[in-house]
Design a protein around this ligand. Structure first.
Ligand code: HEC
Ligand code: HEC
Ligand code: HEC
Ligand code: HEC
Ligand code: HEC
Ligand code: HEC
Ligand code: HEC
Length: 286
């Protein structure tokens, strides 16, 4: 990454929290380092762009090769005679990054994503393997505006593609209440579920939707546990820290078993991988 790109990222984050940072410096500094702040970014500032090999990315079975070149902060992308522009890449890079391609007034979900844990490009979840039927299909799947607007609603502070503040910023969680930007009042699980979702598939992919799983737990139905019991909303999830979570459980569970075990999570909140390269924590505590 060049020094210029570095500056761009910093400026975005400063701009996103500017109206609040002057008075809430602590929350602003913490939030700027989160995946919420980074979940939508200009293409060339991302791990996706940095990892592209000079030879492009080739489909399996002698399919098309997709070529990319930088154009400002965007990438021009081409497969056979089809060309498009990638302005935005979705994903903070914690697990995966998926570009959106714009082409002739339409939006495509790009065929390839970059998966950061294995450090490799592979098909975007839901795309079929093998040779595409033509160049445009090799660039991705055309999605209706409704679907594309939904990507931006969960990955930015806006409800459509006209993005001024990329990422999930202060105002997305603290809408103006006329006087000031209030603390979220509704049941917090429901607020977080606007994006993390209370509804979803009833299969192994459901593990991606932490609110959906958490509300099935007695800790929620009998204990009213909230996301904020374990996650400070202005930071990332605390990872690989059994002591941190044991202390959280102990706030409500005083039994000997609940005090003494070393790591509560492998038995009560196990991790699993519902799709290649992606790993989630089961929030149905049982
Ligand atoms: C001019 C200074 C100023 C600015 C700018 C400002 N705030 Fe505040 N904010 C305050 C003060 C003062 C309080 C009250 C602190 C207290 O109650 O302890 C407060 C309280 C809050 C609270 C807690 C409210 C509650 O219900 O407890 C939230 C949330 C908040 N601000 C969010 C924001 C957000 C988001 C922005 C930017 C969009 C912002 N503020 C901009 C000064 C400011
Ligand atoms: C506007 C949509 C939106 C809202 C509202 C939202 N989130 Fe998120 N959250 C996301 C997205 C998108 C990601 C994935 C970021 C990425 O990796 O690209 C994420 C990631 C996270 C992570 C993982 C960060 C890490 O460690 O990698 C946690 C924890 C989290 N959110 C908690 C919360 C909590 C708690 C709330 C409610 C207070 C909340 N979120 C509200 C969209 C949202
Ligand atoms: C209802 C809200 C919502 C919508 C709509 C949505 N996402 Fe997400 N997305 C999330 C949340 C929340 C996460 C974080 C998942 C997690 O880590 O638990 C996420 C994660 C991701 C990731 C990171 C890899 C991963 O799977 O964790 C990518 C890439 C992504 N989304 C792309 C997209 C694209 C492309 C679209 C539109 C086609 C889209 N998302 C629509 C909420 C949403
Ligand atoms: C993912 C959603 C989310 C985002 C993004 C977010 N907040 Fe918050 N914020 C919350 C929640 C939830 C609380 C309530 C925490 C609690 O009650 O324990 C909160 C509380 C606060 C408070 C009250 C004091 C405190 O820390 O509890 C202030 C001030 C605040 N936020 C400012 C900000 C500012 C400034 C930004 C942007 C830099 C921001 N928030 C971004 C969800 C968010
Ligand atoms: C806000 C309080 C609260 C927190 C925090 C909490 N729980 Fe609970 N949990 C409860 C309540 C209330 C019940 C209902 C049973 C009871 O009253 O003991 C429960 C039930 C359970 C059960 C029995 C579930 C069943 O289906 O039989 C397990 C296991 C459990 N919790 C584990 C955990 C673990 C592990 C943690 C930490 C990761 C945790 N809890 C955090 C309140 C909480
Ligand atoms: C009882 C504690 C607890 C509560 C409550 C909780 N989480 Fe988590 N969360 C965790 C743990 C533990 C992890 C995994 C940390 C690690 O990777 O080591 C995690 C990870 C996550 C992640 C990263 C992706 C994943 O699945 O590993 C997201 C996103 C997340 N939580 C969102 C939420 C949301 C939204 C809520 C409220 C609906 C919530 N969490 C409530 C304990 C909790
Ligand atoms: C080796 C796996 C394992 C570990 C580690 C573990 N548990 Fe459990 N836990 C169980 C099993 C199995 C049950 C159900 C059988 C029983 O009641 O002993 C249970 C039951 C519970 C219950 C409901 C019954 C009760 O004793 O109140 C709670 C609450 C609980 N565990 C909390 C915790 C907490 C908190 C931790 C971490 C300090 C933890 N557990 C660590 C396996 C484990």
């Amino acid at each position: 990454m060049t020094a210029v790109h570095m500056l761009v990222i910093i400026n975005f984050q400063a701009a996103a929290s500017e109206p609040c940072a002057g008075c809430h410096a602590q929350q602003a500094a913490m939030h700027a380092a989160t995946n919420h702040a980074r979940t939508l970014r200009k293409a060339t500032t991302t791990e996706f762009a940095r990892a592209i090999p000079d030879t492009g990315i080739a489909e399996a079975r002698n399919g098309f090769t997709i070529h990319y070149r930088a154009a400002g902060e965007a990438l021009r992308v081409q497969a056979d005679k089809a060309e498009g522009v990638i302005e935005w890449v979705i994903g903070a890079g914690e697990q995966g990054l998926t570009p959106l391609v714009s082409r002739n007034g339409e939006w495509l979900e790009h065929r390839f994503s970059f998966y950061t844990k294995p450090g490799r490009f592979d098909l975007t979840l839901g795309h079929s393997p093998g040779r595409s039927r033509n160049g445009q299909a090799a660039l991705g799947i055309v999605q209706p505006p409704r679907t594309i607007n939904a990507c931006f609603s969960c990955h930015s502070t806006h409800t459509n593609t006209k993005v001024e503040e990329p990422g999930v910023t202060c105002q997305r969680c603290h809408p103006a209440d006329g006087k000031h930007f209030a603390r979220p009042v509704k049941n917090q699980v429901e607020r977080c579920a606007e994006c993390h979702r209370l509804e979803g598939p009833n299969d192994k992919l459901a593990i991606r939707f932490q609110p959906l799983r958490l509300v099935k737990s007695q800790c929620y139905s009998k204990g009213q546990i909230q996301c904020g019991h374990c996650h400070e909303p202005h930071t990332n999830a605390v990872r690989n820290n059994p002591d941190y979570y044991r202390a959280k459980c102990a706030e409500c569970h005083a039994s000997a078993h609940a005090r003494e075990a070393q790591d509560c999570l492998p038995c009560h909140m196990p991790k699993s991988s519902p799709a290649p390269y992606l790993e989630f924590t089961d929030h149905r505590i049982r």
